[in-house]
Design a protein around this ligand. Structure first.
Ligand SMILES: [Ca+2]
Length: 225
């Protein structure tokens, strides 16, 4: 018995030593900003004359047990809803349920309104060592099923929370609708379900890419606490 306790205490001491020596500890809060570059100035007559919006953005911080969005995988019903209608209700409900049940989600964030052309939207996420991944997405609207996103992005490098990170956003086709025009999501007559469903992939891989592979936005991640 005494030996078992000693072994336990020894392994605890060992764990703490390891954690003080480069393994993750603590928590952090990040501001994630998506900037919408889909303005008439940037895209001219490639896009509708008033530009395109990002639908109300939504996201979550989560563990490696969960991937809400996997490039080259099939879109979930939650991602399909965002991509085709711009409504994030299913995604937010699922993420909140997982959080409540302690199943890999730490924090859920959702914007109140769309990100207009030329504007940006900030969402905030708490992360910790067990939930260091951030996924965030929104629809390019109007469109058939095109999104901007960051997925499973790890806020830990070499055992430490990163300070900041920036990058570009390109359009992704989530593979659930075969439309190719900037059509209103409420016009059901223009719904063209893709059957069988295709993988989520960069829209530029489709030769009819309306954005011609160009950058449609930028993301900025900043640790604020
Ligand atoms: Ca599509």
């Amino acid at each position: 018995m005494i030996r078992q306790v000693t072994v336990f205490l020894l392994s605890l001491a060992l764990l703490q030593a390891v954690s003080a020596d480069g393994h993750c500890s603590g928590k952090a809060i990040y501001r994630v900003s998506f900037q919408n570059l889909l303005t008439p100035k940037n895209f001219g007559n490639l896009i509708p004359e008033n530009g395109l919006v990002f639908s109300p953005l939504a996201g979550a911080s989560h563990s490696n047990r969960i991937s809400f969005l996997t490039i080259r995988g099939f879109a979930s019903p939650q991602v399909e809803q965002i991509a085709e209608t711009g409504q994030n209700g299913r995604f937010v409900t699922l993420a909140r349920n997982l959080r409540r049940q302690g199943r890999g989600v730490l924090h859920v964030a959702a914007a109140k309104g769309p990100t207009m052309p030329g504007n940006f939207t900030n969402l905030f996420y708490a992360v910790d060592c067990a939930h260091p991944f951030i996924t965030m997405l929104g629809m390019i609207a109007p469109s058939p099923d095109w999104i901007v996103q960051i997925n499973n992005r790890n806020m830990i490098r070499d055992g430490k929370f990163i300070t900041r990170e920036s990058g570009t956003l390109i359009a992704y086709d989530v593979g659930t609708d075969s439309g190719r025009e900037f059509t209103s999501p409420v016009d059901a007559s223009l719904d063209m379900p893709t059957e069988p469903q295709m993988n989520i992939a960069p829209l530029v891989e489709d030769e009819t890419d309306r954005f011609q592979g160009r950058v449609v936005g930028r993301f900025h991640i900043q640790r604020i606490k």
